[in-house]
Design a protein around this ligand. Structure first.
Ligand SMILES: [Zn+2]
Length: 95
């Protein structure tokens, strides 16, 4: 994570809380989660078959349920926490 300080994590958690993304786990109902260090950066593929590297991605944070391990992802662009040069990808994530 570029800035994996506790302050950065607090900022991410506040962004989720401000948007009401603080409901219990959709799988097991647990209310304890862990914000993972680092990001998922999933690739957007234009075609259903094969993988093209180097295209658009959706930089996301990942929250893990502490009981069942369910992973939820939140796009940084939507949260307004993406550096400017990557904001085009964030716009894609809104579609
Ligand atoms: Zn769970």
């Amino acid at each position: 994570m570029q800035d994996s300080t506790q302050a950065q994590k607090d900022k991410l958690i506040k962004a989720l809380t401000d948007r009401g993304a603080n409901l219990p786990c959709p799988r097991c109902g647990n209310t304890d989660f862990t914000l993972l260090d680092g990001y998922f950066n999933q690739m957007i593929q234009e075609e259903p078959k094969g993988i093209v590297l180097g295209g658009r991605t959706i930089p996301s944070i990942v929250i893990a349920c502490n009981r069942c391990g369910f992973l939820s992802q939140h796009a940084l662009g939507i949260l307004g926490l993406l550096p400017k040069e990557e904001s085009n990808t964030a716009e894609e994530a809104k579609k």
